[in-house]
Design a protein around this ligand. Structure first.
Ligand code: PLP
Length: 413
């Protein structure tokens, strides 16, 4: 909890932490509204990675020289920070991966291949990012399991009324995104977990890619089995992500990749496995990136959830009615609880044209399906434009987006 007596950090100081925010695009100050794709990186993250490469490059876990020991301490220190960040019960529950995608594939392969039989069911939602759909399709094809889907309502929320009817003794896994990357919908994770636990013994995986940058996470309190997320959506570098898994499950799962570091002993015929978390980290990992992620977590904690949440809620409340007032603009979803993520269409304008025209104004948004083709099909769309805010964005930038959309409408009319 932050002290209520602390002064609110100034907007300019918050923005000054992000070097990219001082650049211009097409002669205009950058307005970065593509945070759901990847967030910007604060100088603290860049400095931590630079320090490792400039002053202490070494491989980890292997050498006894000073640089190797320092690198190992920095890498494992980052794991400790992440463990505390999600309230893991032990550091062994934090596996470093390349990102959310790899974390989910790890569960699908290492847990799913042993756990699923033909006819077993995997329950997903109609708002999955492809990263939380295609790995399960591959697993279905390998095991004969069946995929089922929680439908999405017109408001862009999960139809919880349908859930009990979709759960049963064949349900072996339920996976859902905590926050939808296309709709911004914050799914009621605690309620979903309660219903799943009430109706079946299946495991629960939460895709936290869009959640961990918006609010604090406590995996124990949530009573889930796996949480996947990416460093680069949490102000950290690309190439690093996390799979948190319940220790008893990780202990029981076989490794999914073989190589150095994940073994205890090796003979020519066979091998035995290292303890957690190393059993799941074969080969030289992304050392600088893990250190960068540790710095990103420290940065978020120093900035404080109160500041992040207050600013993002304010931006959402400010931008939503502004967008709603643009003539003909169709906003995807209208969930009561949402992150500051807005996917939309303008009548008669292709989303790529919206993106290209806004770029000439220095405004960066995302266009396409945002890796959610089934969700777009659900709304009868082949693409949309998406503006996604982070705490360092400003009301003025929301105004510039509106002016940009106005220009798009004038130029394409
Ligand atoms: N899940 C969600 C909800 C996402 O938004 C994303 C990325 O956009 C992913 C999964 C995949 O993340 P990554 O590409 O970092 O593995």
């Amino acid at each position: 909890m932050e002290s209520p007596t602390l002064a609110k950090p100034k907007e300019s100081a918050l923005r000054a932490a992000f070097p990219v925010l001082s650049r211009k695009v097409h002669g205009k100050p950058l307005v970065y509204l593509d945070n759901a794709a990847t967030t910007l990186k604060p100088a603290a993250v860049l400095d931590a990675m630079d320090h490792y490469y400039r002053h202490g490059t070494a491989n980890i876990h292997r050498g006894i020289h000073t640089l190797a020991e320092e690198a190992t301490a920095a890498y494992e220190g980052a794991r400790d920070r992440v463990a505390a960040f999600v309230r893991a019960s032990s550091r062994g529950e934090i596996l470093f991966t390349r990102g959310t995608t790899e974390s989910i594939n790890l569960v699908a392969q290492a847990w799913g291949r042993g756990a699923l039989k033909p006819g077993d069911e995997i329950l997903l939602t109609g708002m999955e990012h492809h990263a939380n759909l295609v790995p399960w399709q591959l697993l279905r094809d390998a095991t004969g399991a069946v995929l089922r889907e929680i439908p999405v309502t017109e408001a862009g929320e999960l139809d919880l009324g349908a859930l009990p009817g979709l759960l049963g003794e064949r349900t072996k896994l339920v996976a859902f995104p905590w926050v939808s990357n296309a709709l911004g919908t914050v799914n009621p994770a605690a309620e979903l977990v309660r219903l799943v636990r009430q109706h079946c013994g299946g495991k629960i995986l939460v895709d936290g890619a869009q959640a961990v940058s918006h609010f604090p996470v406590d995996v124990g309190a949530l009573d889930i089995d796996f949480l996947a997320f990416s460093g680069h959506k949490l102000y950290g570098p690309t190439g690093i992500g996390v799979l948190w898994g319940r220790e008893s499950l990780l202990e029981a799962m076989p490794p999914w990749q073989g190589g150095g570091d994940m073994i205890k002993t090796v003979t020519f015929e066979s091998a035995s496995w290292n303890e957690l978390p190393h059993k799941f980290e074969a080969g030289t990992p992304a050392i600088a990136e893990a250190i960068g992620l540790g710095a990103a977590v420290a940065f978020v904690e120093e900035t404080g959830w109160e500041t992040i949440r207050e600013r993002e809620n304010e931006l959402r409340r400010y931008a939503e009615p502004l967008l709603g007032a643009v003539p003909g603009l169709r906003l995807l979803g209208a969930a009561g609880e949402r992150a500051p993520v807005f996917s939309f269409n303008l009548p008669g304008v292709h989303p790529s044209d919206i993106g290209a025209l806004l770029d000439t104004e220095g405004i960066a948004i995302r266009t396409g399906t945002h890796c959610t083709m089934p969700l777009h099909a659900r709304f009868g769309l082949s693409a949309s434009a998406r503006a996604s805010f982070a705490f360092y964005n400003t009301r003025h930038e929301a105004d510039l987006l509106l002016q940009g959309l106005d220009k798009v409408l004038r130029l394409t009319r």
